[in-house]
Structure formats: C-alpha cells, structure tokens
Ligand binder design. Sequence first.
Ligand code: C2O
Length: 543
Amino acid sequence: SRVRHYKFNVVMKTANRLCSSKPIVTVNKRSPGPILYAREGDTVLVKVVNHVQYNVSIHWHGIRQLRTGWADGPAYITQCPIQPGQNFVYKFTITGQRGTLLWHAHILWLRATVYGALVILPKLGVPYPFPAPHKEVVVILGEWWKSDTEAVINEALKSGLAPNVSDAHTINGHPGPVSNCSSQGGFTLHVESGKRYMLRIINAALNEELFFKIAGHQLTVVEVDATYTKPFKTNTILIAPGQTTNVLLTANRGTGKYLVTASPFMDSPITVDNMTATATLHYSGTLANTATTLTNPPPKNATPIASSFINSLRSLNSKKYPAKVPLTVDHSLFFTVGLGFNPCTTCANGGRVMASINNVSFVMPTTALLQAHFFNISGVFTDDFPGNPPMAFNYTGTPPTNLQTMTGTRLYRLPYNSTVQVVLQDTGIIAAENHPVHLHGFNFFEVGRGVGNFNSKKDPKKFNLVDPVERNTIGVPSGGWAAFRFRADNPGVWFMHCHLEVHTTWGLKMAFVVDNGKGPKQSLLPPPKDLPKSSHFPDSDWI
Ligand code: C2O
C-alpha cells in the first residue's frame, strides 16, 4: 500500500452551460472535480485550500473512516468548516473497501458544483470477481441551475416554499447534445467494437433519483456503493443521489453512435423538458455525421422499472466476499421520514414546511458534534433521539395529527459492536416522496422494502438475511418503507440524512454516536492538529 497526496484548491471559475454563464465554486477550476484514485489499503492525504468566500468542507462519501471520523467531512458534525483563507488536510486509510464512491462538499448547497469521483482499485494483483474490462470510464451525473445555487436555496428558505428545480441534468458536467445549446457538445464515450468496458456511474445530483440507459445496449450490474453484487443484465439502471453503480458494457453493435440518457425518476410535478441529460456512445471508425440511434428515457413515474431494478440487486455473497448480515438485532429502530410542519409561530422556522425523522427536525450545532463527544463538551447535543415516532405511525390517507415537528440536536447512542435494524417509513403526509437516506461511517444491508405502511409482524418474516445488497445509501420508496441492518463497529459520530439536499436543508437528518464503552479517547485517534475548531460566521441555510 502507498500514501497518496492530493491538493484540492477550492476556487471560483466562470462556467458556461445552457447558453449562459455564471461563477461557480470548483476544485482546481474543474466541475466535476478531479478523480481521486487509490488502492484498497492506501492512505490518502488531501490538502484542501479554501480560496473562496464560503465556508467549505469535503466528505468522502462511503469511506468508512475507521477511527478517523475527523476526516469524514460533514460540517458541524465531524468538523467545523474550513473558513475562507484556511486549509485542512483530510487523512484516512482505505480499509477493506474497493470500488466506486464519490466526494463532495458537505456544507450549504456547494455540492452542486463541488463533487467528483473516488475510485478505489483492488489491492495489487487481486482480480475483480467478474471478467476484466478492456477500459474503465467514470460517468458522473449531476444537476445544473442557471442561477446561483446558494441564491436558489436562500430564496426558498425565505419564502418557505420549495426551491426551484434545476434547469438540466448533466453527464460528466454537460447537459449534452439534446439541450438547446448543442454547440456546447456533451460527453462522448468512445468504444472499440468487441471490447468490454466498465462504467463507474455516480449520481452526484442534488435532488433527483435518475434512470440511466444506453440505446441498443444492455448493461451488466456488478457493483453498487463499492460492494460487489451478483451480476445481472438490465436495459436501465436506477441511481439515487449518493449512490454509485458499476456496470459492464460490451460494445457488440460493431459500429454507429448511440444515445446515452440520464433522466429523473419521480420528479417534482413541474415538467421541465430539458431535464434529461444526454451523452453519446461512439464506436471507433464511425463517421462523425452518422445519425445517433435514439432511445426514449423511461417516463418519470416508471415505478415498475425502478422496482424491478432494485429487486434484482443482491450482494455477491461469495466465499471471498461474504455478506455478513447481522442475524440478531440489539437495537430495533423505526424512523418515519418525511415532510412536516413547525407549529411554533414565534420560532425562526415557525409555521412552515420542515422535514424530519420521527418528527424531529435536526438543528445544526455550532460546535462540531464529534469534538463535543471527544472532549466531553456538554450542551451541544443530547443523546435522546427517539427510536420510535411520538405517535404510532398508521397513515391511511387522511392527514393525521402527527404533522408537527419539534426541533433539536438529538443523537442516538449505540454501544460498540451492537447490531442495529432501522426501518425507514416515508410518511407521505404532505407529499409522498422518495428519500435516498445515507448513513456515514458504515455499509448496511438492505433487508427489505415495501409499499404502504410497514407491518412489524408480517414484513420481517420476508426479510432477506442471506444475500441482501450492501450499500451506504438506501432509497426509501415514495409512500413506502425500507429496512436495513448494520453492526455498529465504527466508533465516532455518524451523520444520517436524506441525500436530497432540499430535504437535508429542511431537517431530515440525525446522527448516531458510537462508543466502545471506554470513552472516545480510547476508541478514536486524536483530532488532527489542523482540524478547524470554530466557525466565526454562521452559514445561511441553517435551520
Ligand atoms: Cu454524500 Cu452526508 O453525504
């Protein structure tokens, strides 16, 4: 294993998309930013230098950060942000993980433009558990607003309404040739006839689950969220913000150009026609003026396509890569996730739509939670996060009385190595919405999912405890539920939140604190000397 050094200069850059330009926050003047490559076992050092007027922090989404929670990155959870003019070195070792992940800013809405791929290769000499590809290509999906994204969310917070949806999706940074500004081109995937490729597909969009497909070609799924899956063939993949999917693609059409699409699933009711991002698969030897073979993206509400994809996912569960599903459960938690309402009219956020878990809208602290935990600073958080909603959840379609949200910085405490089951139930009270929920610091096993209300007697009998898919971000179906299990074998403070940025902003977030019983100083490495310790000005989209 090696030590790999990266330098991320956070700088402004004027970018041009959809026939208009605006200054954006970037890493090294690029958006998407640089691909971070490492091998399993390597130690990675990333020096982040903040040259912009925003507070910044970077999250290595899906990296377990064993004993190095300080490097996880969510602002005010594991660190105070890197202030303008300051820098911080993120240092972590990649243990027991290989595959595709992503990095992104974890403060404000900066991840709209501050994001990139994180590619972890297997240890030298260790093959993939599938046929080796001729070439590997990163395909990172994003979203683009013509206006400034901080203005978009600040506007929404002022009005209490939902923020404007983006003007386009992007594939490797570009809306693609179908947008009105076709002169700006798009991403081209060059292939040679007969060769096998691996696409490392990442959804770095802020607020949309996406379908991805390529005209005339099938995709073989081999990995999600940096865990190997049983291979299966599909025309369309579904990928939620924060998720990654590796697919094999055989260039078996000989010649031609084929349309690649990334299109929203269950979008907001507003119809925007230029939302589908496009790219081109181009066989070498094909003339540039050849017509592209088209494909229709699935309709936005194509739930059957989405479900059939998700239901096909299984962990590989081989001898070498066994699925270590916890068979017993020490902590059984039932979390409602959804939109609610803060009835307090004298509070800053009174009388407007909020999002919550078990009716708690999470309030960001001003001291980072991990520091409060490590140095035993009282008054920053409480560890009384409810394991069940305040009223038993039984939604029948009539808005019940449990719409009200409370606010608090409440955490759930898990003893080291205990086993945990979490059932996430979309409340669908104000509106049924899908929620891709991401847990920091762990992979978990998705043991079950369903539509409607979770039935605690019948549904657990159908849980898959043999080869459930292992991942770090789970899509809770709109108006349904999803269940996962994990072992709390990573001491620290670990954020869990909806990866739709608007829901996170509205409060759909909480954190677990995991301790080994001997106290944090025995279970975590000491904080790095350059860890930003305080914030001198608050960030605007706090609740
Ligand atoms: Cu990818 Cu807490 O986020």
